[in-house]
Design a protein around this ligand. Structure first.
Ligand SMILES: C[S@@+](CC[C@H](N)C(=O)[O-])C[C@H]1O[C@@H](n2cnc3c(N)ncnc32)[C@H](O)[C@@H]1O
Length: 442
């Protein structure tokens, strides 16, 4: 089972420098995914892991910076401090490298020495990290704080939204979203059965468990790996045996339930996770659309890696277009439609801990407008008797429940079918909203 060897590790000081710069870019408004994509392949895994953890530890590391640095440092120095303190907080975490204190201190000081903006702070870095590490050792580093709402950063408007909509659960939601997510796989059942793939994992001494359902919807291809490993080390990943996909996202194919010969539309397809799952489930005619040309390329790459191609007599089309504008439509209606709409992504913060830094309160109304246009357009191109599945990876009702209610209001030809509605983030899956509609008249 050939998998590419994991890339060589970068010296820690360099990883700290790049992670601190990546954090600066996110704070100035760029998505971490984009920033990471621009890195060299050997830089990406370690920088991603350090940066993600720094965002997950944000409130704690910044409280420590405030406590131990007398005068607010410049932003570049603050970011190196945040990274270094996160590494100190993670020293005893077995799932991580668990660098020794002196390594973290020395490498962070050396990271400071690499750039003009931070070179002046080498002495400060050394002194502060030594004090912080001593204080953490005295307190017991990983003392769990059950009253906390987690250590990730959430802006005040975000917290206010959750408090209002989930008066009992909002704290546990925030806590859950500060944790590292599980590594969940979707087995490509066209290539291998769940049982056979589980045997391959066992032979590779990778402990895994199947996830049989989420929100009472049965799953038949989901496996969670107990100790997360790099993607490059997942057996058969590059041979297309599996994909990495959250269990909550695997509900889409289960709910839409594509059947042989059906014409299926994915209106927001990139990077192709759910489309690929549909193709793994049945021989369908698929139209996969995305407005973002670059992202759409990843859909074909995903299909290529998984060796998914059109069955005889059927087609797979990938189209760059605004799906809501219908200029792309050939007037042939669809049996089934998936709208995995653009949204705040507030349900997937544990996988994308930069999201709370990037969203603004007024994004939500704008996203609602885009989601509604996609719903309207999808309904127009759906066959009578067809199904439309609306999904967001959000936990804000404005993008979920409110949208489903708006959609149903006054629409005589829509029947709402059973679907989970709001799924809150849990230890085995992210947060999603699912609504399923059937078109029962012209
Ligand atoms: C949540 S992501 C989709 C994830 C994808 N379904 C998957 O499972 O891999 C939303 C996608 O919608 C696309 N998008 C946003 N507005 C769109 C529009 N008007 N028409 C088509 N695609 C759109 C974005 O470029 C983005 O790739």
């Amino acid at each position: 089972m050939a998998s590419k060897a994991p890339p060589q590790n970068l010296p820690l000081s360099q990883a700290i420098t790049i992670a601190a710069q990546a954090i600066g870019e996110v704070i100035s408004g760029r998505s971490l995914t984009q920033v990471l994509e621009e890195l060299e392949p050997q830089e990406r895994p370690i920088v991603q892991s350090i940066t993600f953890d720094t965002f997950r530890r944000w409130t704690r590391s910044h409280a420590l910076i405030k406590e131990f640095v007398p005068k607010p440092p410049s932003k570049p120095v603050e970011h190196v401090l945040a990274v270094a303190i996160t590494l100190l907080l993670d020293r005893t975490d077995v799932a991580k490298k668990g660098y020794a204190t002196h390594t973290i201190v020395n490498e962070s000081v050396s990271a400071c020495g690499q750039y003009d903006e931070t070179i002046y702070a080498k002495g400060l870095m050394n002194a502060v990290l030594r004090k912080v590490s001593a204080a953490l050792d005295a307190q017991g580093i990983n003392r769990p704080d059950h009253n906390s709402v987690g250590e990730s950063y959430f802006p005040p408007w975000w917290i206010a939204n959750l408090r209002k909509n989930y008066p009992k659960a909002w704290q546990s939601i925030c806590l859950q979203q500060s944790q590292r997510p599980p590594l969940t796989l979707r087995v490509n059942r066209r290539a291998i059965s769940l049982i056979d793939y589980a045997t391959i994992l066992q032979a590779a001494q990778i402990e895994a468990e199947s996830i049989e359902q989420v929100a009472n919807v049965g799953l038949d291809a989901a496996l969670v790996i107990k100790e997360p490993i790099p993607v490059a080390s997942i057996p058969g990943f590059f041979d297309g045996l599996v994909s990495v996909q959250d269990a909550g996202a695997q509900l889409a194919a289960a709910l839409l339930c594509p059947m042989t010969g059906e014409r299926v539309l994915d209106m927001c397809a990139a990077p192709g996770g759910k489309s690929a799952h549909l193709l793994e489930s049945a021989d369908i005619d698929l139209v996969a659309i995305d407005v973002d040309r670059e992202r759409l390329k990843r859909v074909s790459e995903t299909f290529g890696r998984l060796k998914l191609s059109a069955a005889p007599g059927q087609t797979i089309e990938c189209i760059t277009a605004d799906a809501a504008a219908l200029g792309w439509w050939d007037k042939r209606p669809f049996d089934k439609i998936l709208i995995d709409a653009p949204c705040s992504a507030s349900g997937i913060v544990s996988r994308h801990p930069d999201i709370p830094f990037l969203r603004r309160a007024d994004d939500i109304a704008e996203l609602q407008g885009r989601q509604r246009s996609l719903l309207e357009a999808g309904w127009r191109v759906l066959k009578e008797g067809g199904l439309l599945l609306y999904i967001t990876c959000s936990i804000f009702p404005e993008e979920g429940k409110d949208q489903a209610e708006w959609f149903m209001a006054g629409r005589q030809n829509a029947l709402r079918l059973d679907a989970p509605g709001q799924i809150l983030p849990g230890h085995l899956h992210d947060g999603f909203y699912y609504a399923l509609f059937k078109k029962i008249g012209p």
